[in-house]
Design a protein. Structure first.
Length: 365
Protein backbone atom coordinates (compact mmCIF):
# COMPACT_ATOMS: atom_id res chain seq x y z
CA UNK A 1 0.00 0.00 0.00
CA UNK A 2 2.82 2.35 0.92
CA UNK A 3 4.70 1.50 -2.25
CA UNK A 4 1.59 2.09 -4.36
CA UNK A 5 1.01 5.50 -2.80
CA UNK A 6 4.68 6.40 -3.21
CA UNK A 7 4.50 5.40 -6.89
CA UNK A 8 1.38 7.51 -7.49
CA UNK A 9 2.98 10.57 -5.89
CA UNK A 10 6.09 10.15 -8.05
CA UNK A 11 3.96 9.64 -11.17
CA UNK A 12 2.00 12.79 -10.38
CA UNK A 13 5.23 14.77 -9.98
CA UNK A 14 6.63 13.38 -13.23
CA UNK A 15 3.50 14.37 -15.15
CA UNK A 16 3.47 17.82 -13.52
CA UNK A 17 7.09 18.57 -14.41
CA UNK A 18 6.64 17.20 -17.94
CA UNK A 19 3.83 19.72 -18.43
CA UNK A 20 6.00 22.46 -16.95
CA UNK A 21 8.88 21.67 -19.32
CA UNK A 22 6.63 21.77 -22.40
CA UNK A 23 4.99 24.99 -21.23
CA UNK A 24 8.33 26.73 -20.72
CA UNK A 25 9.78 25.46 -24.00
CA UNK A 26 6.67 26.81 -25.74
CA UNK A 27 7.08 30.22 -24.11
CA UNK A 28 10.84 30.81 -24.08
CA UNK A 29 12.00 28.91 -27.21
CA UNK A 30 9.49 30.33 -29.67
CA UNK A 31 12.30 31.49 -32.00
CA UNK A 32 13.15 27.85 -32.70
CA UNK A 33 11.31 26.91 -35.90
CA UNK A 34 10.30 23.47 -34.61
CA UNK A 35 8.70 25.01 -31.51
CA UNK A 36 6.78 27.53 -33.64
CA UNK A 37 5.55 24.71 -35.88
CA UNK A 38 4.45 22.59 -32.90
CA UNK A 39 2.93 25.47 -30.90
CA UNK A 40 -0.74 24.36 -31.27
CA UNK A 41 0.18 20.80 -30.27
CA UNK A 42 2.21 22.04 -27.28
CA UNK A 43 -0.67 24.26 -26.13
CA UNK A 44 -3.12 21.37 -26.23
CA UNK A 45 -0.65 18.88 -24.74
CA UNK A 46 0.17 21.01 -21.69
CA UNK A 47 -3.52 21.51 -20.92
CA UNK A 48 -4.17 17.77 -21.13
CA UNK A 49 -1.10 16.95 -19.03
CA UNK A 50 -2.18 19.17 -16.13
CA UNK A 51 -5.70 17.77 -16.39
CA UNK A 52 -4.18 14.28 -16.04
CA UNK A 53 -2.44 15.46 -12.83
CA UNK A 54 -5.80 16.51 -11.44
CA UNK A 55 -7.43 13.23 -12.52
CA UNK A 56 -4.72 11.28 -10.67
CA UNK A 57 -5.61 13.21 -7.50
CA UNK A 58 -9.30 12.49 -8.05
CA UNK A 59 -8.59 8.81 -8.59
CA UNK A 60 -6.72 8.60 -5.29
CA UNK A 61 -9.41 10.73 -3.59
CA UNK A 62 -6.83 13.36 -2.66
CA UNK A 63 -9.23 16.19 -3.52
CA UNK A 64 -11.54 17.32 -0.72
CA UNK A 65 -15.08 18.41 -1.52
CA UNK A 66 -14.06 22.05 -1.07
CA UNK A 67 -11.10 21.65 -3.41
CA UNK A 68 -13.31 19.86 -5.94
CA UNK A 69 -15.74 22.80 -5.96
CA UNK A 70 -12.85 25.26 -6.35
CA UNK A 71 -11.49 23.14 -9.19
CA UNK A 72 -14.80 23.33 -11.08
CA UNK A 73 -14.99 27.11 -10.55
CA UNK A 74 -11.36 27.69 -11.63
CA UNK A 75 -11.65 25.53 -14.75
CA UNK A 76 -14.98 27.13 -15.70
CA UNK A 77 -13.51 30.60 -15.22
CA UNK A 78 -10.43 29.66 -17.24
CA UNK A 79 -12.51 28.26 -20.11
CA UNK A 80 -14.73 31.36 -20.11
CA UNK A 81 -11.67 33.61 -20.19
CA UNK A 82 -10.17 31.53 -23.02
CA UNK A 83 -13.39 31.84 -25.05
CA UNK A 84 -13.47 35.63 -24.67
CA UNK A 85 -9.80 36.64 -24.74
CA UNK A 86 -8.43 33.78 -26.90
CA UNK A 87 -5.59 33.48 -24.39
CA UNK A 88 -5.06 30.43 -22.15
CA UNK A 89 -3.16 32.05 -19.26
CA UNK A 90 -6.01 32.02 -16.74
CA UNK A 91 -6.86 28.38 -17.50
CA UNK A 92 -3.18 27.35 -17.32
CA UNK A 93 -2.74 29.24 -14.04
CA UNK A 94 -5.68 27.44 -12.47
CA UNK A 95 -4.61 24.01 -13.76
CA UNK A 96 -1.02 24.44 -12.55
CA UNK A 97 -2.15 25.55 -9.08
CA UNK A 98 -4.49 22.55 -8.80
CA UNK A 99 -1.85 20.16 -10.16
CA UNK A 100 0.90 21.41 -7.83
CA UNK A 101 -0.95 20.57 -4.60
CA UNK A 102 0.96 17.98 -2.60
CA UNK A 103 4.29 18.53 -4.37
CA UNK A 104 7.14 19.92 -2.28
CA UNK A 105 7.48 23.66 -2.88
CA UNK A 106 11.27 23.61 -2.90
CA UNK A 107 11.19 20.68 -5.32
CA UNK A 108 9.12 22.81 -7.69
CA UNK A 109 11.49 25.80 -7.45
CA UNK A 110 14.61 23.63 -7.68
CA UNK A 111 13.28 21.76 -10.73
CA UNK A 112 12.14 24.99 -12.36
CA UNK A 113 15.61 26.46 -11.83
CA UNK A 114 17.06 23.45 -13.68
CA UNK A 115 14.48 23.79 -16.49
CA UNK A 116 15.03 27.53 -17.02
CA UNK A 117 18.82 27.26 -16.80
CA UNK A 118 18.74 24.42 -19.36
CA UNK A 119 16.52 26.51 -21.67
CA UNK A 120 18.81 29.54 -21.25
CA UNK A 121 21.93 27.54 -22.16
CA UNK A 122 20.15 25.67 -24.99
CA UNK A 123 18.83 28.82 -26.67
CA UNK A 124 22.24 30.48 -26.50
CA UNK A 125 23.98 27.41 -27.95
CA UNK A 126 21.38 27.14 -30.72
CA UNK A 127 21.81 30.85 -31.48
CA UNK A 128 25.60 30.82 -31.64
CA UNK A 129 25.59 27.60 -33.69
CA UNK A 130 23.25 29.24 -36.24
CA UNK A 131 20.30 26.87 -35.69
CA UNK A 132 18.24 29.74 -34.27
CA UNK A 133 18.83 32.40 -36.91
CA UNK A 134 16.17 34.79 -35.63
CA UNK A 135 17.31 37.25 -33.00
CA UNK A 136 16.27 40.71 -31.89
CA UNK A 137 18.89 43.46 -31.86
CA UNK A 138 18.43 47.17 -31.32
CA UNK A 139 20.46 50.17 -30.25
CA UNK A 140 19.69 52.22 -27.15
CA UNK A 141 21.93 55.26 -27.16
CA UNK A 142 25.35 53.76 -27.79
CA UNK A 143 24.47 50.35 -26.34
CA UNK A 144 23.61 47.36 -28.55
CA UNK A 145 20.73 45.28 -27.17
CA UNK A 146 20.78 41.59 -28.10
CA UNK A 147 18.34 38.78 -27.34
CA UNK A 148 20.85 35.97 -28.13
CA UNK A 149 18.17 33.77 -29.68
CA UNK A 150 15.24 34.76 -27.47
CA UNK A 151 12.16 36.55 -28.81
CA UNK A 152 13.20 39.94 -27.40
CA UNK A 153 16.01 41.31 -25.19
CA UNK A 154 13.42 41.73 -22.43
CA UNK A 155 12.62 38.00 -22.66
CA UNK A 156 16.29 37.23 -22.03
CA UNK A 157 16.22 39.73 -19.15
CA UNK A 158 13.07 38.06 -17.81
CA UNK A 159 14.43 34.50 -17.69
CA UNK A 160 17.67 35.76 -16.11
CA UNK A 161 15.69 37.61 -13.43
CA UNK A 162 13.61 34.53 -12.60
CA UNK A 163 16.77 32.40 -12.36
CA UNK A 164 18.30 35.04 -10.08
CA UNK A 165 15.32 34.98 -7.71
CA UNK A 166 15.16 31.18 -7.65
CA UNK A 167 18.88 30.99 -6.83
CA UNK A 168 18.41 33.62 -4.11
CA UNK A 169 15.51 31.72 -2.56
CA UNK A 170 17.24 28.34 -2.59
CA UNK A 171 20.75 29.39 -1.58
CA UNK A 172 20.76 33.03 -0.43
CA UNK A 173 19.20 32.97 3.04
CA UNK A 174 21.61 34.56 5.52
CA UNK A 175 24.41 34.78 2.94
CA UNK A 176 24.69 38.51 2.23
CA UNK A 177 28.12 38.42 0.59
CA UNK A 178 26.91 35.64 -1.71
CA UNK A 179 23.85 37.76 -2.59
CA UNK A 180 26.01 40.75 -3.50
CA UNK A 181 28.30 38.67 -5.72
CA UNK A 182 25.33 37.00 -7.42
CA UNK A 183 23.58 40.35 -7.92
CA UNK A 184 26.67 41.98 -9.45
CA UNK A 185 27.10 39.04 -11.87
CA UNK A 186 23.49 39.15 -13.05
CA UNK A 187 23.35 42.95 -13.22
CA UNK A 188 26.52 43.04 -15.32
CA UNK A 189 25.27 40.39 -17.76
CA UNK A 190 21.79 41.92 -18.08
CA UNK A 191 23.29 45.37 -18.66
CA UNK A 192 25.83 44.23 -21.25
CA UNK A 193 23.71 41.81 -23.33
CA UNK A 194 19.94 42.47 -23.33
CA UNK A 195 20.33 45.87 -21.62
CA UNK A 196 16.88 45.47 -20.07
CA UNK A 197 16.46 48.19 -17.50
CA UNK A 198 13.51 46.80 -15.53
CA UNK A 199 15.41 43.68 -14.31
CA UNK A 200 18.22 45.99 -13.19
CA UNK A 201 15.80 48.13 -11.15
CA UNK A 202 14.18 45.04 -9.62
CA UNK A 203 17.42 43.27 -8.64
CA UNK A 204 18.82 46.45 -7.06
CA UNK A 205 15.50 46.92 -5.22
CA UNK A 206 15.67 43.32 -3.95
CA UNK A 207 19.24 43.80 -2.74
CA UNK A 208 18.41 47.04 -0.89
CA UNK A 209 15.32 45.57 0.78
CA UNK A 210 17.31 42.47 1.79
CA UNK A 211 19.68 44.65 3.80
CA UNK A 212 16.94 46.89 5.22
CA UNK A 213 14.52 44.14 6.26
CA UNK A 214 15.51 44.33 9.95
CA UNK A 215 14.92 48.09 10.05
CA UNK A 216 11.18 47.88 9.32
CA UNK A 217 8.39 47.31 11.84
CA UNK A 218 7.43 43.71 11.09
CA UNK A 219 4.12 43.96 12.95
CA UNK A 220 3.04 46.92 10.82
CA UNK A 221 3.96 45.10 7.61
CA UNK A 222 2.23 41.94 8.77
CA UNK A 223 -1.09 43.45 9.85
CA UNK A 224 -1.45 46.39 7.49
CA UNK A 225 0.49 45.85 4.27
CA UNK A 226 0.72 42.14 3.51
CA UNK A 227 -2.31 40.58 5.20
CA UNK A 228 -4.58 42.83 3.19
CA UNK A 229 -2.48 42.53 0.01
CA UNK A 230 -2.20 46.31 -0.16
CA UNK A 231 0.97 46.19 -2.27
CA UNK A 232 -0.91 44.54 -5.14
CA UNK A 233 -3.55 47.27 -4.89
CA UNK A 234 -0.91 49.99 -4.50
CA UNK A 235 1.02 49.00 -7.63
CA UNK A 236 -2.29 48.74 -9.51
CA UNK A 237 -3.44 52.17 -8.31
CA UNK A 238 -0.12 53.87 -9.11
CA UNK A 239 -0.13 52.33 -12.60
CA UNK A 240 -3.68 53.56 -13.31
CA UNK A 241 -3.15 57.03 -11.81
CA UNK A 242 -0.02 57.59 -13.92
CA UNK A 243 -2.00 56.68 -17.04
CA UNK A 244 -4.83 59.10 -16.31
CA UNK A 245 -2.48 61.94 -15.28
CA UNK A 246 -0.16 61.38 -18.23
CA UNK A 247 -1.41 64.13 -20.55
CA UNK A 248 -1.42 66.91 -17.94
CA UNK A 249 1.71 66.01 -16.01
CA UNK A 250 5.16 66.90 -17.40
CA UNK A 251 6.69 65.00 -14.47
CA UNK A 252 5.01 61.72 -15.48
CA UNK A 253 5.92 62.30 -19.13
CA UNK A 254 9.57 62.76 -18.12
CA UNK A 255 9.43 59.60 -15.98
CA UNK A 256 7.90 57.73 -18.91
CA UNK A 257 10.51 58.81 -21.46
CA UNK A 258 13.45 58.61 -19.08
CA UNK A 259 12.75 55.43 -17.08
CA UNK A 260 9.69 53.62 -18.44
CA UNK A 261 10.59 53.51 -22.16
CA UNK A 262 7.21 55.09 -23.09
CA UNK A 263 5.28 52.31 -21.36
CA UNK A 264 2.80 54.72 -19.76
CA UNK A 265 2.03 56.32 -23.13
CA UNK A 266 1.16 52.95 -24.64
CA UNK A 267 -0.91 52.04 -21.57
CA UNK A 268 -2.87 55.27 -22.07
CA UNK A 269 -3.57 54.28 -25.68
CA UNK A 270 -4.68 50.81 -24.57
CA UNK A 271 -7.11 52.30 -22.03
CA UNK A 272 -8.57 54.58 -24.70
CA UNK A 273 -8.93 51.81 -27.28
CA UNK A 274 -10.00 48.94 -25.01
CA UNK A 275 -11.62 50.14 -21.79
CA UNK A 276 -12.60 48.09 -18.73
CA UNK A 277 -14.89 45.07 -18.84
CA UNK A 278 -16.00 42.27 -16.52
CA UNK A 279 -14.40 39.35 -18.39
CA UNK A 280 -11.83 41.01 -20.64
CA UNK A 281 -11.37 41.41 -24.37
CA UNK A 282 -9.26 39.91 -27.11
CA UNK A 283 -6.39 42.42 -27.18
CA UNK A 284 -4.29 42.37 -30.34
CA UNK A 285 -0.81 40.84 -30.10
CA UNK A 286 0.52 44.10 -31.55
CA UNK A 287 -0.76 46.10 -28.56
CA UNK A 288 2.18 47.22 -26.39
CA UNK A 289 1.05 46.81 -22.79
CA UNK A 290 4.04 46.23 -20.51
CA UNK A 291 2.31 46.43 -17.15
CA UNK A 292 0.88 43.32 -15.49
CA UNK A 293 -1.83 45.12 -13.51
CA UNK A 294 -3.23 47.09 -16.44
CA UNK A 295 -2.80 44.11 -18.76
CA UNK A 296 -4.95 41.95 -16.46
CA UNK A 297 -7.59 44.68 -16.03
CA UNK A 298 -7.91 45.43 -19.75
CA UNK A 299 -7.13 42.04 -21.25
CA UNK A 300 -8.87 39.75 -18.75
CA UNK A 301 -11.35 42.02 -17.01
CA UNK A 302 -12.21 43.01 -13.45
CA UNK A 303 -13.27 39.47 -12.47
CA UNK A 304 -9.89 37.95 -13.42
CA UNK A 305 -8.09 40.85 -11.76
CA UNK A 306 -9.84 39.82 -8.53
CA UNK A 307 -8.80 36.20 -9.22
CA UNK A 308 -5.11 37.25 -9.35
CA UNK A 309 -5.59 39.55 -6.35
CA UNK A 310 -7.00 36.61 -4.34
CA UNK A 311 -4.03 34.41 -5.27
CA UNK A 312 -1.55 37.01 -4.04
CA UNK A 313 -3.54 37.68 -0.88
CA UNK A 314 -3.45 33.96 -0.05
CA UNK A 315 0.26 33.95 -0.90
CA UNK A 316 1.08 36.85 1.45
CA UNK A 317 -0.98 35.39 4.30
CA UNK A 318 0.78 32.04 3.98
CA UNK A 319 4.23 33.66 3.82
CA UNK A 320 3.55 35.76 6.92
CA UNK A 321 2.16 32.76 8.82
CA UNK A 322 5.35 30.81 8.09
CA UNK A 323 7.67 33.84 8.55
CA UNK A 324 9.32 33.29 5.18
CA UNK A 325 10.96 36.72 4.95
CA UNK A 326 13.32 35.84 2.07
CA UNK A 327 10.38 34.67 -0.02
CA UNK A 328 8.43 37.78 0.99
CA UNK A 329 11.17 40.10 -0.35
CA UNK A 330 11.27 38.14 -3.61
CA UNK A 331 7.49 38.40 -4.07
CA UNK A 332 7.52 42.15 -3.39
CA UNK A 333 10.32 42.54 -5.95
CA UNK A 334 8.34 40.55 -8.51
CA UNK A 335 5.29 42.74 -7.86
CA UNK A 336 7.48 45.76 -8.66
CA UNK A 337 8.60 43.94 -11.82
CA UNK A 338 4.93 43.78 -12.79
CA UNK A 339 4.90 47.57 -13.21
CA UNK A 340 7.40 47.20 -16.08
CA UNK A 341 6.34 43.89 -17.68
CA UNK A 342 3.12 41.90 -18.15
CA UNK A 343 4.80 38.68 -17.00
CA UNK A 344 2.65 38.34 -13.85
CA UNK A 345 -0.16 36.99 -16.05
CA UNK A 346 1.96 33.96 -16.94
CA UNK A 347 2.45 31.66 -13.95
CA UNK A 348 5.65 30.10 -15.32
CA UNK A 349 7.27 33.50 -14.80
CA UNK A 350 6.44 33.37 -11.08
CA UNK A 351 6.05 29.87 -9.70
CA UNK A 352 6.55 31.33 -6.21
CA UNK A 353 2.77 31.89 -6.16
CA UNK A 354 2.40 28.13 -5.67
CA UNK A 355 3.73 28.41 -2.10
CA UNK A 356 0.38 28.51 -0.25
CA UNK A 357 -0.97 25.58 -2.25
CA UNK A 358 1.69 23.14 -1.02
CA UNK A 359 0.94 21.05 2.05
CA UNK A 360 2.30 22.56 5.27
CA UNK A 361 4.47 19.56 6.03
CA UNK A 362 5.94 19.63 2.53
CA UNK A 363 6.86 23.30 2.22
CA UNK A 364 10.08 23.14 4.20
CA UNK A 365 10.96 19.49 3.57
Amino acid sequence: MVNTKHRVIKTNEFVFFLGLILLEVRFFMVNLELVRYLSPILDLSTTLIFLICILIKMQKKELTRGNFVRMIIVIALGLLSLAITKKPFVLKTGLIILSAEGIRFKTIIRTDLFIKTSILISVMLLYFSGIINTSFTSVRGEILRNSWGFRHPNTLGLILTIIFFELSYLYGKGRNVWKIILSVMFIAFIYLVPNSRSPLYVIVFYLVISFLKNKVNESFLNKIIFRKNLLFMLFSAVSIIMVFLYTNSPVIINIDTGIMSNRIYYQKLAFENTGLSLLGKNISENTILDNSYIYVLLGYGVSIYYFYYSIYKKLFNSIMDDKQIELLIIIVSILLYGVFENSLTNIICNLFVLYPFCSKELKHA
